[in-house]
Design a binder for this molecule. Structure first.
Ligand code: FAD
Length: 197
């Protein structure tokens, strides 16, 4: 049953620098005390009446009192500046949980998870949830991070029978992955996507 999004307050408890451009923050929920969400969902941080930035929840729905967000701050806009400025003890406001980039628990198909760069964030939560739930069907993870030599979806996914794909990243990559998979015979609606940029 999807949870209705609501206004939330959380307190930053820790920040980590994963790479010079990729930062992570742990937020302890204050109001509500726990955030019910599905792996793959995101929160919306407000910066003005019509200005928001979305951040996927990197952590597990099994730990709803403390959520982790993870951002690539290279884009350098208001969202990046906000994330860079997060400090332990600070309260943050956001709306959530939002989004339908979530697994259907009744779906018996094999999975391919595709992440481009920071698009790994919702995929990390989804993959962690699969592991925690004891998911046993074959699953392929294709993660690309600016390495032109990295294996591609075309190389790694040869059989699209009974397959569903979850793709997160930039629009160009989503389009390219969809074209590769539909070219191999996968139906278009079997490619679920989350467009970050
Ligand atoms: C559903 C959803 C979930 C998201 N989850 C995350 C997340 O978990 N972590 C995260 O870092 N971002 C995530 N984003 C992107 C995030 O909302 C912001 O767009 C991003 O942080 C840049 O915001 P900004 O204000 O710093 O830059 P902006 O001024 O908004 O963007 C500057 C330019 O950079 C482009 N851009 C934005 N992000 C990237 C990127 N990662 N790589 C290359 N170009 C980019 C924009 O399209 C724009 O052209 C998500 C977006 C959506 C829609």
């Amino acid at each position: 049953m999807p949870v209705r999004p609501r206004e939330c307050v959380a307190r930053v408890t820790a920040t980590r620098v994963l790479t010079p451009d990729v930062l992570e923050a742990d937020l302890a929920m204050v109001e509500p005390a726990t955030l019910a969400f599905d792996a793959g969902q995101w929160v919306s941080v407000p910066f003005g009446p019509k200005t928001v930035r979305a951040y996927s929840i990197a952590s597990s729905p099994r730990a709803p009192a403390l959520i982790t967000l993870c951002a690539d701050v290279a884009p350098g806009g208001i969202g990046s500046a906000w994330f860079r400025g997060l400090r332990p003890g600070q309260d943050v406001r956001f709306k959530g949980p939002l989004g339908g980039f979530v697994l259907d628990p009744g779906d018996a198909r094999r999975l391919v998870l595709v992440a481009e760069e920071i698009g790994i964030v919702p995929i990390r939560s989804i993959a962690g949830e699969l592991a925690a739930a004891g998911f046993e069907r074959p699953t392929t993870l294709v993660y690309s991070a600016r390495d032109p030599a990295a294996p591609t979806v075309d190389e790694l996914v040869t059989d699209v029978a009974a397959l569903v794909a979850y793709v997160a990243g930039g629009a160009a990559t989503i389009d390219a992955v969809r074209a590769v998979l539909t070219g191999k015979g996968l139906e278009r609606k079997a490619v679920k996507w989350e467009k970050f940029w």
